[in-house]
Design a protein. Structure first.
Length: 128
């Protein structure tokens, strides 16, 4: 007879941190894109943004940072963020103006858009 599976712990996601070469620049990009507040302890080597419910989005300086390659896996992406938006085309245009890059490869452009942030982390915009 097998033991019943243990009840998983209740874990609340409190932070997501991305490696990058310039934490201040990446925080500025995501602050503009999300409206999250700049965390009071942000500095040159680590910057952060806080959402109203407490979710923290951090950016840490890594010496010799190498950006992920997408869609290739020469340098794996390891993580990407998804953002739900009301206006897919309008939001994409703003983010491109603010420093995002749109790669040629788009798996399903009618449903979502893959963009790269200024540190070249892939992230997706999806229709609300």
């Amino acid at each position: 007879m097998t033991e019943p599976a243990a009840t998983p712990p209740r874990m609340k996601l409190t932070a997501i941190t991305l490696d990058c070469a310039d934490p201040q620049a990446l925080a500025a990009f995501y602050r503009r894109a999300t409206g999250f507040a700049l965390h009071e302890k942000s500095g040159a080597d680590f910057a952060g943004l806080t959402r109203e419910d407490g979710l923290f989005l951090g950016f840490q300086r890594v010496d010799g940072y190498v950006a992920p390659s997408w869609p290739g896996q020469t340098v794996p992406q390891q993580i990407h963020l998804d953002f739900e938006v009301e206006d897919l085309d309008g939001t994409e245009a703003l983010l491109l103006e603010w420093g995002a890059v749109k790669p040629v490869h788009q798996p399903d452009e009618d449903r979502w858009r893959v963009l790269l942030d200024p540190a070249r982390h892939p992230f997706c915009l999806t229709r609300a």
